[in-house]
Design a protein around this ligand. Structure first.
Ligand SMILES: [Zn+2]
Length: 131
């Protein structure tokens, strides 16, 4: 981890812990909301199909958002683990140090900007046209 000075390392560690706490707090808040508004209540306790569909959608969106928070917690845990074993901040693609500015903006980054864009081009999926 020679490419990061102690101050930079400390700053990134703090950022990771802050993000970790924020993501965990969000998961807790959403789980609490869920407990207060179970599916039957979201659906209004009636069998109207439109209400049911709306309740389904709310549950789906909730699950997706909790899934994103959980994924973030996992990424942060992995980043803190890399800090411990001194592989943090090294690109998983080329092995070169990742720029501090990039780590500061995105502390869980595992690739340098160059490798990340290659990775995204290679594994791009979704609304990118190939025409
Ligand atoms: Zn790289």
């Amino acid at each position: 981890m020679d490419h990061l000075n102690p101050t930079q390392r400390k700053t990134l560690q703090r950022l990771l812990h802050e993000r970790d706490e924020a993501a965990r707090a969000e998961i807790r808040a959403k789980a609490a909301e869920r407990a207060e508004a179970p599916y039957a209540e979201l659906a209004g306790g009636v069998t109207d199909e439109a209400d049911e569909a709306a309740a389904d959608l709310i549950v789906d969106v909730d699950n997706a958002m909790i899934g994103m928070d959980l994924a973030e917690v996992r990424e942060i845990t992995a980043a803190l683990e890399r800090m411990k074993n001194h592989s943090y901040g090294l690109c998983a693609g080329c092995g070169e140090p990742i720029a501090y500015a990039r780590l500061h903006a995105y502390p869980v980054a595992t690739r340098c900007t160059r490798c990340q864009s290659v990775h995204e081009r290679t594994f791009a999926s979704g609304p990118h046209s190939t025409l």
